[in-house]
Design a protein around this ligand. Structure first.
Ligand SMILES: *Cc1c(COP(=O)(O)O)cnc(C)c1O
Length: 518
Protein backbone atom coordinates (compact mmCIF):
# COMPACT_ATOMS: atom_id res chain seq x y z
CA UNK A 1 0.00 0.00 0.00
CA UNK A 2 2.49 2.60 -1.12
CA UNK A 3 -0.06 5.13 -2.37
CA UNK A 4 -1.97 5.67 0.91
CA UNK A 5 -1.42 8.48 3.41
CA UNK A 6 -1.64 8.67 7.20
CA UNK A 7 -4.90 9.84 8.85
CA UNK A 8 -4.80 13.18 10.67
CA UNK A 9 -4.68 13.11 14.50
CA UNK A 10 -8.00 13.27 16.47
CA UNK A 11 -8.96 16.67 17.95
CA UNK A 12 -8.23 17.40 21.61
CA UNK A 13 -11.08 17.55 24.18
CA UNK A 14 -11.28 21.33 24.13
CA UNK A 15 -11.87 21.29 20.37
CA UNK A 16 -14.71 18.75 20.57
CA UNK A 17 -18.21 19.41 19.27
CA UNK A 18 -20.95 19.91 21.87
CA UNK A 19 -24.07 20.39 19.70
CA UNK A 20 -26.85 17.84 19.10
CA UNK A 21 -25.43 14.30 18.72
CA UNK A 22 -24.83 12.97 15.23
CA UNK A 23 -25.80 9.50 14.06
CA UNK A 24 -22.29 8.67 12.92
CA UNK A 25 -18.80 8.89 14.33
CA UNK A 26 -17.72 7.59 17.73
CA UNK A 27 -20.72 7.52 20.06
CA UNK A 28 -23.18 8.00 17.16
CA UNK A 29 -24.59 4.47 17.10
CA UNK A 30 -24.91 4.39 20.93
CA UNK A 31 -26.94 7.62 20.84
CA UNK A 32 -28.98 6.24 17.96
CA UNK A 33 -29.73 3.03 19.87
CA UNK A 34 -31.06 5.08 22.79
CA UNK A 35 -33.28 7.19 20.50
CA UNK A 36 -34.48 4.26 18.43
CA UNK A 37 -35.52 2.54 21.61
CA UNK A 38 -37.67 5.58 22.42
CA UNK A 39 -39.16 5.44 18.92
CA UNK A 40 -39.95 1.73 19.21
CA UNK A 41 -41.67 2.19 22.57
CA UNK A 42 -43.67 5.02 21.03
CA UNK A 43 -44.71 2.80 18.12
CA UNK A 44 -46.09 0.28 20.60
CA UNK A 45 -47.90 2.95 22.63
CA UNK A 46 -49.24 4.71 19.53
CA UNK A 47 -50.58 1.47 18.09
CA UNK A 48 -52.28 0.66 21.40
CA UNK A 49 -53.89 4.12 21.50
CA UNK A 50 -55.03 3.70 17.90
CA UNK A 51 -56.46 0.24 18.55
CA UNK A 52 -57.03 -0.62 14.89
CA UNK A 53 -55.81 -0.05 11.35
CA UNK A 54 -56.53 3.70 11.49
CA UNK A 55 -57.41 6.10 14.32
CA UNK A 56 -61.18 6.48 14.77
CA UNK A 57 -62.65 9.90 14.17
CA UNK A 58 -63.25 12.31 11.34
CA UNK A 59 -60.54 14.40 9.61
CA UNK A 60 -61.09 17.48 11.79
CA UNK A 61 -60.75 15.46 15.01
CA UNK A 62 -57.53 13.93 13.73
CA UNK A 63 -56.13 17.32 12.77
CA UNK A 64 -56.92 18.71 16.23
CA UNK A 65 -55.07 15.84 17.90
CA UNK A 66 -52.02 16.20 15.67
CA UNK A 67 -51.79 19.97 16.10
CA UNK A 68 -52.19 19.85 19.86
CA UNK A 69 -49.48 17.22 20.14
CA UNK A 70 -47.16 19.14 17.82
CA UNK A 71 -47.39 22.61 19.31
CA UNK A 72 -45.42 25.27 17.47
CA UNK A 73 -43.54 23.54 14.67
CA UNK A 74 -40.67 26.06 14.37
CA UNK A 75 -40.36 27.78 17.75
CA UNK A 76 -37.69 30.41 18.32
CA UNK A 77 -36.13 28.21 21.02
CA UNK A 78 -36.20 24.48 20.31
CA UNK A 79 -38.04 22.17 22.72
CA UNK A 80 -35.15 19.68 22.87
CA UNK A 81 -34.87 15.99 21.97
CA UNK A 82 -37.55 14.96 24.48
CA UNK A 83 -40.14 15.81 21.81
CA UNK A 84 -39.19 12.62 19.98
CA UNK A 85 -41.16 10.18 22.16
CA UNK A 86 -44.51 12.02 22.28
CA UNK A 87 -44.32 13.00 18.61
CA UNK A 88 -43.47 9.46 17.53
CA UNK A 89 -46.37 8.20 19.59
CA UNK A 90 -48.71 10.73 17.93
CA UNK A 91 -47.35 9.85 14.48
CA UNK A 92 -47.89 6.13 15.07
CA UNK A 93 -51.35 6.74 16.46
CA UNK A 94 -52.24 8.90 13.45
CA UNK A 95 -50.96 6.44 10.87
CA UNK A 96 -52.27 3.42 9.05
CA UNK A 97 -51.13 0.07 10.35
CA UNK A 98 -50.33 -1.72 7.12
CA UNK A 99 -49.77 -4.95 9.04
CA UNK A 100 -53.36 -4.92 10.39
CA UNK A 101 -55.46 -7.43 8.41
CA UNK A 102 -58.25 -4.84 8.21
CA UNK A 103 -55.94 -2.55 6.23
CA UNK A 104 -56.46 -3.58 2.63
CA UNK A 105 -56.65 -0.36 0.68
CA UNK A 106 -53.65 0.34 -1.50
CA UNK A 107 -50.66 -1.23 -3.21
CA UNK A 108 -48.48 -0.46 -0.21
CA UNK A 109 -47.06 -3.38 1.72
CA UNK A 110 -46.36 -3.86 5.40
CA UNK A 111 -42.56 -3.81 5.27
CA UNK A 112 -40.43 -6.61 6.65
CA UNK A 113 -38.82 -5.87 10.01
CA UNK A 114 -35.56 -7.04 8.46
CA UNK A 115 -35.75 -4.53 5.64
CA UNK A 116 -36.65 -1.65 7.95
CA UNK A 117 -33.70 -2.51 10.19
CA UNK A 118 -31.43 -2.62 7.14
CA UNK A 119 -32.80 0.74 6.06
CA UNK A 120 -31.73 2.20 9.41
CA UNK A 121 -28.16 1.45 8.38
CA UNK A 122 -28.58 3.23 5.04
CA UNK A 123 -30.27 6.19 6.73
CA UNK A 124 -27.74 6.47 9.55
CA UNK A 125 -24.92 6.42 7.02
CA UNK A 126 -26.91 8.78 4.80
CA UNK A 127 -25.73 6.50 2.04
CA UNK A 128 -25.87 8.46 -1.23
CA UNK A 129 -25.39 6.69 -4.54
CA UNK A 130 -24.41 9.82 -6.47
CA UNK A 131 -20.69 9.15 -6.40
CA UNK A 132 -18.21 6.44 -5.51
CA UNK A 133 -16.69 8.32 -2.59
CA UNK A 134 -20.07 8.67 -0.82
CA UNK A 135 -21.07 4.99 -0.71
CA UNK A 136 -18.60 2.74 -2.49
CA UNK A 137 -20.20 -0.47 -1.18
CA UNK A 138 -23.58 0.83 -2.30
CA UNK A 139 -22.34 1.24 -5.87
CA UNK A 140 -21.12 -2.37 -5.87
CA UNK A 141 -24.37 -3.63 -4.29
CA UNK A 142 -26.47 -1.77 -6.84
CA UNK A 143 -24.60 -3.52 -9.64
CA UNK A 144 -25.27 -6.92 -8.06
CA UNK A 145 -28.93 -6.24 -7.23
CA UNK A 146 -29.62 -4.95 -10.74
CA UNK A 147 -27.89 -7.95 -12.30
CA UNK A 148 -29.92 -10.36 -10.14
CA UNK A 149 -33.22 -8.65 -10.95
CA UNK A 150 -32.33 -8.43 -14.65
CA UNK A 151 -31.76 -12.17 -14.60
CA UNK A 152 -35.05 -12.70 -12.77
CA UNK A 153 -36.80 -10.83 -15.58
CA UNK A 154 -34.95 -12.94 -18.14
CA UNK A 155 -32.58 -10.26 -19.45
CA UNK A 156 -28.93 -11.16 -19.96
CA UNK A 157 -27.28 -9.46 -16.96
CA UNK A 158 -24.07 -9.03 -18.98
CA UNK A 159 -25.76 -6.69 -21.47
CA UNK A 160 -28.70 -5.34 -19.45
CA UNK A 161 -28.54 -2.35 -17.10
CA UNK A 162 -30.71 -0.74 -14.49
CA UNK A 163 -31.02 1.50 -11.51
CA UNK A 164 -32.83 1.68 -8.18
CA UNK A 165 -35.53 4.36 -8.31
CA UNK A 166 -37.98 5.95 -5.92
CA UNK A 167 -40.85 3.90 -7.36
CA UNK A 168 -42.98 3.00 -10.34
CA UNK A 169 -43.70 6.58 -11.34
CA UNK A 170 -40.01 7.41 -11.72
CA UNK A 171 -39.30 4.07 -13.42
CA UNK A 172 -42.13 4.62 -15.89
CA UNK A 173 -40.82 8.13 -16.52
CA UNK A 174 -37.46 6.64 -17.44
CA UNK A 175 -39.13 4.15 -19.76
CA UNK A 176 -40.86 6.96 -21.63
CA UNK A 177 -37.86 9.29 -21.58
CA UNK A 178 -35.40 6.71 -22.89
CA UNK A 179 -37.83 5.55 -25.58
CA UNK A 180 -38.34 9.16 -26.65
CA UNK A 181 -34.61 9.84 -26.81
CA UNK A 182 -33.55 6.53 -28.35
CA UNK A 183 -31.95 6.63 -31.76
CA UNK A 184 -34.32 4.47 -33.73
CA UNK A 185 -35.09 3.49 -37.29
CA UNK A 186 -38.26 5.02 -38.70
CA UNK A 187 -41.28 2.78 -38.54
CA UNK A 188 -42.17 1.12 -41.84
CA UNK A 189 -45.31 3.13 -42.54
CA UNK A 190 -43.75 6.57 -42.16
CA UNK A 191 -40.83 6.56 -44.59
CA UNK A 192 -41.90 9.94 -46.00
CA UNK A 193 -43.09 11.47 -42.77
CA UNK A 194 -41.40 14.74 -41.80
CA UNK A 195 -39.02 15.28 -38.89
CA UNK A 196 -36.72 13.00 -36.93
CA UNK A 197 -38.49 9.71 -36.22
CA UNK A 198 -41.35 10.87 -38.43
CA UNK A 199 -44.42 12.61 -37.06
CA UNK A 200 -45.85 13.22 -33.60
CA UNK A 201 -44.64 10.64 -31.10
CA UNK A 202 -47.37 8.33 -29.87
CA UNK A 203 -47.41 6.08 -26.80
CA UNK A 204 -49.89 3.24 -26.57
CA UNK A 205 -51.13 2.02 -23.21
CA UNK A 206 -54.26 0.20 -22.17
CA UNK A 207 -56.99 2.46 -20.90
CA UNK A 208 -56.55 0.96 -17.41
CA UNK A 209 -52.79 1.70 -17.38
CA UNK A 210 -51.37 3.62 -14.44
CA UNK A 211 -52.05 7.35 -14.22
CA UNK A 212 -48.27 8.00 -14.30
CA UNK A 213 -48.10 7.10 -17.99
CA UNK A 214 -50.19 10.09 -19.04
CA UNK A 215 -48.65 12.33 -16.42
CA UNK A 216 -45.12 11.40 -17.48
CA UNK A 217 -45.99 12.06 -21.13
CA UNK A 218 -47.07 15.54 -20.08
CA UNK A 219 -43.90 16.07 -18.05
CA UNK A 220 -41.82 15.02 -21.05
CA UNK A 221 -43.48 17.67 -23.16
CA UNK A 222 -45.23 15.09 -25.32
CA UNK A 223 -48.64 16.07 -23.93
CA UNK A 224 -51.23 13.73 -22.45
CA UNK A 225 -52.75 13.44 -25.92
CA UNK A 226 -49.59 11.58 -26.99
CA UNK A 227 -50.87 8.62 -24.96
CA UNK A 228 -53.32 6.61 -27.05
CA UNK A 229 -55.65 4.58 -24.82
CA UNK A 230 -56.01 1.01 -26.07
CA UNK A 231 -59.13 -1.03 -25.35
CA UNK A 232 -59.08 -3.95 -22.94
CA UNK A 233 -60.84 -7.32 -22.97
CA UNK A 234 -63.40 -8.45 -20.38
CA UNK A 235 -60.53 -9.28 -18.00
CA UNK A 236 -59.05 -5.77 -18.27
CA UNK A 237 -56.08 -6.94 -20.38
CA UNK A 238 -54.92 -4.94 -23.37
CA UNK A 239 -56.65 -6.23 -26.49
CA UNK A 240 -53.89 -6.95 -29.07
CA UNK A 241 -56.25 -6.37 -32.02
CA UNK A 242 -57.17 -3.00 -30.60
CA UNK A 243 -53.45 -2.22 -30.20
CA UNK A 244 -52.74 -3.19 -33.79
CA UNK A 245 -55.64 -1.04 -35.03
CA UNK A 246 -54.57 1.94 -32.92
CA UNK A 247 -50.98 1.75 -34.17
CA UNK A 248 -52.15 1.39 -37.75
CA UNK A 249 -54.37 4.47 -37.37
CA UNK A 250 -51.53 6.48 -35.86
CA UNK A 251 -49.11 5.51 -38.62
CA UNK A 252 -51.71 6.30 -41.29
CA UNK A 253 -52.12 9.76 -39.73
CA UNK A 254 -48.35 10.30 -40.07
CA UNK A 255 -47.72 9.90 -36.35
CA UNK A 256 -44.71 8.01 -34.99
CA UNK A 257 -45.54 5.00 -32.82
CA UNK A 258 -42.80 5.43 -30.24
CA UNK A 259 -43.62 3.09 -27.40
CA UNK A 260 -46.11 0.55 -26.17
CA UNK A 261 -46.50 0.54 -22.40
CA UNK A 262 -47.83 -2.85 -21.36
CA UNK A 263 -49.01 -3.25 -17.79
CA UNK A 264 -48.16 -6.38 -15.84
CA UNK A 265 -50.54 -5.99 -12.95
CA UNK A 266 -52.95 -3.10 -13.37
CA UNK A 267 -53.46 -1.10 -10.21
CA UNK A 268 -57.16 -1.92 -9.86
CA UNK A 269 -57.48 -5.41 -11.28
CA UNK A 270 -53.98 -6.87 -11.28
CA UNK A 271 -54.64 -7.77 -14.92
CA UNK A 272 -51.61 -8.56 -17.06
CA UNK A 273 -51.39 -7.47 -20.69
CA UNK A 274 -50.54 -10.35 -23.09
CA UNK A 275 -46.86 -9.61 -23.76
CA UNK A 276 -46.33 -12.44 -26.23
CA UNK A 277 -48.94 -10.91 -28.53
CA UNK A 278 -48.08 -7.28 -27.86
CA UNK A 279 -44.32 -7.38 -28.51
CA UNK A 280 -44.48 -8.42 -32.21
CA UNK A 281 -47.19 -5.84 -32.91
CA UNK A 282 -45.09 -3.08 -31.36
CA UNK A 283 -41.99 -4.23 -33.27
CA UNK A 284 -43.88 -4.27 -36.56
CA UNK A 285 -44.48 -0.54 -36.14
CA UNK A 286 -40.95 0.15 -34.94
CA UNK A 287 -42.04 0.92 -31.38
CA UNK A 288 -40.23 -0.06 -28.18
CA UNK A 289 -42.02 -1.93 -25.41
CA UNK A 290 -41.89 -0.89 -21.77
CA UNK A 291 -43.58 -3.10 -19.18
CA UNK A 292 -45.00 -1.42 -16.12
CA UNK A 293 -44.60 -4.36 -13.74
CA UNK A 294 -44.67 -2.12 -10.65
CA UNK A 295 -47.31 -4.40 -9.17
CA UNK A 296 -47.12 -7.69 -11.08
CA UNK A 297 -43.33 -7.95 -11.24
CA UNK A 298 -43.37 -9.65 -7.85
CA UNK A 299 -44.80 -12.84 -9.37
CA UNK A 300 -41.36 -13.47 -10.87
CA UNK A 301 -40.35 -14.61 -7.39
CA UNK A 302 -43.02 -17.32 -7.47
CA UNK A 303 -42.61 -20.65 -9.31
CA UNK A 304 -46.36 -21.00 -9.39
CA UNK A 305 -47.14 -17.56 -10.83
CA UNK A 306 -44.09 -16.44 -12.82
CA UNK A 307 -45.65 -17.82 -16.03
CA UNK A 308 -48.11 -14.91 -15.88
CA UNK A 309 -45.28 -12.66 -17.12
CA UNK A 310 -44.49 -14.91 -20.06
CA UNK A 311 -42.29 -13.17 -22.68
CA UNK A 312 -41.24 -10.28 -20.44
CA UNK A 313 -37.63 -11.12 -21.37
CA UNK A 314 -38.29 -9.82 -24.89
CA UNK A 315 -39.28 -6.25 -23.98
CA UNK A 316 -37.00 -3.22 -23.91
CA UNK A 317 -37.50 -2.00 -20.36
CA UNK A 318 -39.31 -2.90 -17.15
CA UNK A 319 -40.50 -1.06 -14.01
CA UNK A 320 -40.51 -3.02 -10.76
CA UNK A 321 -41.64 -1.84 -7.35
CA UNK A 322 -40.38 -3.74 -4.35
CA UNK A 323 -42.46 -1.59 -2.00
CA UNK A 324 -45.46 -3.54 -3.33
CA UNK A 325 -44.72 -7.27 -3.75
CA UNK A 326 -41.26 -7.17 -2.17
CA UNK A 327 -42.15 -5.97 1.34
CA UNK A 328 -39.74 -3.04 1.37
CA UNK A 329 -40.34 0.31 3.03
CA UNK A 330 -40.84 3.09 0.45
CA UNK A 331 -39.02 3.65 -1.88
CA UNK A 332 -37.82 0.60 -3.59
CA UNK A 333 -38.41 1.01 -7.31
CA UNK A 334 -36.27 -0.52 -10.01
CA UNK A 335 -35.90 0.37 -13.67
CA UNK A 336 -34.32 -2.22 -15.95
CA UNK A 337 -33.33 -1.97 -19.60
CA UNK A 338 -32.59 -5.04 -21.71
CA UNK A 339 -29.71 -3.23 -23.44
CA UNK A 340 -27.34 -1.03 -21.43
CA UNK A 341 -27.07 1.43 -24.39
CA UNK A 342 -30.66 2.43 -23.67
CA UNK A 343 -29.18 4.60 -20.91
CA UNK A 344 -26.88 6.53 -23.27
CA UNK A 345 -29.11 9.62 -23.46
CA UNK A 346 -28.80 10.01 -19.67
CA UNK A 347 -25.00 10.04 -19.66
CA UNK A 348 -23.74 12.96 -17.62
CA UNK A 349 -20.38 14.21 -16.42
CA UNK A 350 -20.01 16.42 -13.36
CA UNK A 351 -16.51 17.47 -12.39
CA UNK A 352 -17.41 17.21 -8.69
CA UNK A 353 -19.04 13.75 -8.92
CA UNK A 354 -17.68 11.51 -11.65
CA UNK A 355 -14.58 12.97 -13.31
CA UNK A 356 -13.35 10.88 -16.20
CA UNK A 357 -9.94 10.03 -14.77
CA UNK A 358 -11.55 8.83 -11.51
CA UNK A 359 -13.86 6.56 -13.49
CA UNK A 360 -10.94 5.24 -15.52
CA UNK A 361 -9.17 4.45 -12.24
CA UNK A 362 -12.17 2.39 -11.13
CA UNK A 363 -13.94 5.02 -9.00
CA UNK A 364 -17.18 4.53 -10.86
CA UNK A 365 -20.66 5.91 -10.21
CA UNK A 366 -24.17 5.27 -11.46
CA UNK A 367 -24.89 8.95 -11.97
CA UNK A 368 -25.65 8.38 -15.65
CA UNK A 369 -28.27 5.77 -14.83
CA UNK A 370 -30.50 7.91 -12.65
CA UNK A 371 -32.64 11.02 -13.00
CA UNK A 372 -31.57 12.01 -9.51
CA UNK A 373 -28.29 13.29 -8.15
CA UNK A 374 -28.42 12.60 -4.40
CA UNK A 375 -30.05 9.20 -4.17
CA UNK A 376 -30.95 7.24 -1.03
CA UNK A 377 -29.14 3.98 -0.39
CA UNK A 378 -32.37 2.04 -0.86
CA UNK A 379 -30.35 -0.67 -2.51
CA UNK A 380 -29.05 -1.85 0.86
CA UNK A 381 -32.39 -2.95 2.32
CA UNK A 382 -33.23 -4.58 -1.03
CA UNK A 383 -29.92 -6.47 -1.08
CA UNK A 384 -30.43 -7.67 2.51
CA UNK A 385 -33.96 -8.86 1.74
CA UNK A 386 -33.07 -10.66 -1.49
CA UNK A 387 -30.15 -12.38 0.20
CA UNK A 388 -32.08 -13.29 3.37
CA UNK A 389 -35.33 -14.55 1.84
CA UNK A 390 -34.17 -15.72 -1.54
CA UNK A 391 -36.45 -16.06 -4.52
CA UNK A 392 -38.51 -18.84 -2.92
CA UNK A 393 -38.96 -16.92 0.33
CA UNK A 394 -40.34 -13.91 -1.48
CA UNK A 395 -42.32 -16.16 -3.85
CA UNK A 396 -44.03 -17.82 -0.88
CA UNK A 397 -45.19 -14.40 0.38
CA UNK A 398 -46.52 -13.51 -3.08
CA UNK A 399 -48.33 -16.86 -3.31
CA UNK A 400 -49.94 -16.39 0.11
CA UNK A 401 -51.27 -12.93 -0.77
CA UNK A 402 -52.67 -14.12 -4.11
CA UNK A 403 -54.32 -17.12 -2.42
CA UNK A 404 -55.91 -14.85 0.16
CA UNK A 405 -57.28 -12.64 -2.62
CA UNK A 406 -58.83 -15.64 -4.33
CA UNK A 407 -60.39 -16.68 -1.05
CA UNK A 408 -61.74 -13.13 -0.59
CA UNK A 409 -63.19 -13.21 -4.11
CA UNK A 410 -64.92 -16.53 -3.36
CA UNK A 411 -66.43 -15.12 -0.19
CA UNK A 412 -67.56 -11.95 -1.95
CA UNK A 413 -69.22 -14.06 -4.64
CA UNK A 414 -71.01 -16.09 -1.96
CA UNK A 415 -72.47 -12.99 -0.27
CA UNK A 416 -75.82 -11.92 -1.72
CA UNK A 417 -75.21 -8.35 -0.51
CA UNK A 418 -71.92 -8.11 -2.41
CA UNK A 419 -71.12 -8.27 -6.12
CA UNK A 420 -67.72 -9.31 -7.48
CA UNK A 421 -66.55 -7.27 -10.49
CA UNK A 422 -63.74 -9.47 -11.81
CA UNK A 423 -61.83 -12.59 -10.82
CA UNK A 424 -58.54 -11.59 -9.20
CA UNK A 425 -55.37 -12.17 -11.23
CA UNK A 426 -53.02 -11.12 -8.43
CA UNK A 427 -54.04 -9.84 -5.04
CA UNK A 428 -56.75 -7.24 -5.59
CA UNK A 429 -60.48 -7.91 -5.36
CA UNK A 430 -62.87 -5.36 -6.87
CA UNK A 431 -66.49 -5.53 -5.76
CA UNK A 432 -69.40 -3.45 -4.54
CA UNK A 433 -72.03 -3.54 -1.86
CA UNK A 434 -75.45 -4.09 -3.40
CA UNK A 435 -77.98 -1.87 -1.65
CA UNK A 436 -81.63 -2.87 -1.32
CA UNK A 437 -82.57 0.02 -3.57
CA UNK A 438 -80.14 -0.89 -6.33
CA UNK A 439 -79.94 1.97 -8.80
CA UNK A 440 -76.61 3.53 -9.89
CA UNK A 441 -77.01 6.70 -7.81
CA UNK A 442 -77.90 4.84 -4.59
CA UNK A 443 -75.19 2.25 -5.19
CA UNK A 444 -72.54 4.96 -5.56
CA UNK A 445 -73.74 6.82 -2.47
CA UNK A 446 -73.88 3.73 -0.29
CA UNK A 447 -70.55 2.32 -1.43
CA UNK A 448 -68.69 5.64 -1.05
CA UNK A 449 -70.47 6.22 2.28
CA UNK A 450 -69.74 2.80 3.72
CA UNK A 451 -66.03 3.15 2.99
CA UNK A 452 -65.91 6.51 4.81
CA UNK A 453 -67.92 4.97 7.64
CA UNK A 454 -65.22 2.29 8.02
CA UNK A 455 -62.52 5.01 8.01
CA UNK A 456 -64.40 7.09 10.58
CA UNK A 457 -64.78 4.10 12.88
CA UNK A 458 -61.12 3.20 12.47
CA UNK A 459 -62.57 -0.22 11.67
CA UNK A 460 -61.09 -1.01 8.28
CA UNK A 461 -59.29 0.71 5.44
CA UNK A 462 -60.40 -0.54 2.03
CA UNK A 463 -59.79 0.75 -1.47
CA UNK A 464 -62.13 2.49 -3.84
CA UNK A 465 -62.22 2.91 -7.57
CA UNK A 466 -64.67 4.17 -10.16
CA UNK A 467 -65.79 2.15 -13.15
CA UNK A 468 -68.23 4.74 -14.48
CA UNK A 469 -68.67 4.15 -18.16
CA UNK A 470 -68.14 0.40 -18.05
CA UNK A 471 -69.27 -1.98 -15.30
CA UNK A 472 -71.03 0.84 -13.46
CA UNK A 473 -69.85 3.39 -10.94
CA UNK A 474 -68.03 3.40 -7.62
CA UNK A 475 -66.49 0.09 -6.64
CA UNK A 476 -64.65 -1.11 -3.54
CA UNK A 477 -61.37 -2.93 -3.45
CA UNK A 478 -59.39 -5.21 -1.20
CA UNK A 479 -55.66 -5.09 -1.84
CA UNK A 480 -54.01 -8.05 -0.17
CA UNK A 481 -50.32 -7.38 0.41
CA UNK A 482 -50.27 -8.62 3.97
CA UNK A 483 -49.00 -12.20 4.06
CA UNK A 484 -50.09 -12.54 7.70
CA UNK A 485 -53.78 -12.06 6.85
CA UNK A 486 -55.68 -15.29 7.51
CA UNK A 487 -58.89 -16.59 5.96
CA UNK A 488 -60.64 -15.73 9.22
CA UNK A 489 -59.34 -12.16 8.87
CA UNK A 490 -60.79 -12.02 5.36
CA UNK A 491 -64.17 -13.18 6.66
CA UNK A 492 -63.99 -10.56 9.40
CA UNK A 493 -63.20 -7.81 6.92
CA UNK A 494 -66.08 -8.82 4.69
CA UNK A 495 -68.43 -8.86 7.68
CA UNK A 496 -67.29 -5.30 8.55
CA UNK A 497 -67.99 -4.13 5.00
CA UNK A 498 -71.48 -5.61 5.02
CA UNK A 499 -72.24 -4.20 8.48
CA UNK A 500 -71.08 -0.75 7.32
CA UNK A 501 -73.23 -1.06 4.19
CA UNK A 502 -76.30 -1.97 6.23
CA UNK A 503 -75.63 0.90 8.67
CA UNK A 504 -75.17 3.31 5.76
CA UNK A 505 -78.48 2.26 4.21
CA UNK A 506 -80.26 2.62 7.55
CA UNK A 507 -78.73 6.06 8.12
CA UNK A 508 -79.83 7.21 4.65
CA UNK A 509 -83.33 5.84 5.25
CA UNK A 510 -83.56 7.62 8.60
CA UNK A 511 -82.34 10.85 6.97
CA UNK A 512 -84.87 10.57 4.18
CA UNK A 513 -87.66 9.98 6.72
CA UNK A 514 -86.48 12.98 8.80
CA UNK A 515 -86.43 15.18 5.73
CA UNK A 516 -89.94 14.14 4.79
CA UNK A 517 -91.34 14.69 8.28
CA UNK A 518 -89.67 18.12 8.61
C1 LIG B 1 -48.05 1.63 -7.98
C2 LIG B 1 -48.00 1.64 -9.43
C3 LIG B 1 -47.25 2.60 -10.11
C4 LIG B 1 -46.61 3.77 -9.41
O1 LIG B 1 -45.62 3.39 -8.55
P1 LIG B 1 -45.14 4.38 -7.38
O2 LIG B 1 -44.16 3.54 -6.68
O3 LIG B 1 -46.36 4.69 -6.59
O4 LIG B 1 -44.55 5.57 -8.02
C5 LIG B 1 -47.14 2.49 -11.47
N1 LIG B 1 -47.78 1.51 -12.13
C6 LIG B 1 -48.52 0.58 -11.52
C7 LIG B 1 -49.20 -0.48 -12.32
C8 LIG B 1 -48.67 0.62 -10.14
O5 LIG B 1 -49.45 -0.28 -9.52
Amino acid sequence: MTDTVERAARPTTSERYSGPPLAGGPGGPAELRRLIDIVLTSLVDGAAARGGPLPAGDPSELKREVLSSLGEVLPEEGAGPDVLGPLARMFAWGASDLADPAWSAHLLCPPLALSVAADVAATALNADLASWDQTPAGIVLEGEVIAALAELVGFDPATAAGVVTSGGTESNFMGLLLARDAVRPRHPGAADAPGPGGGRPRIFASRVAHVSVRRNAALLGLGTSAVVPVDVDENYRMDPRALHAAMERAAAAGDAPLLVVATAGTTDFGSIDPLREIVPIARAWGASVHVDAAYGGGVLFSDRLSGLLDHIEAVDSVSLDLHKFGWQPVGAGVFLARRAETFDPLAVRAAYLNPEDDEEAGYTSNLGRSLLTTRRGDVFKIAVTLRALGRSGLGALVDTCCERARYAADRVRAEPRLELVAEPTLSTVVFRYRPAQDDPVSSDRINAGLRRRLLRGGTAVIGRTDLTGEAGGIRLKFTTLNPRTTEADVRGLIASVIAAGVAEEEARCANATDNRSN
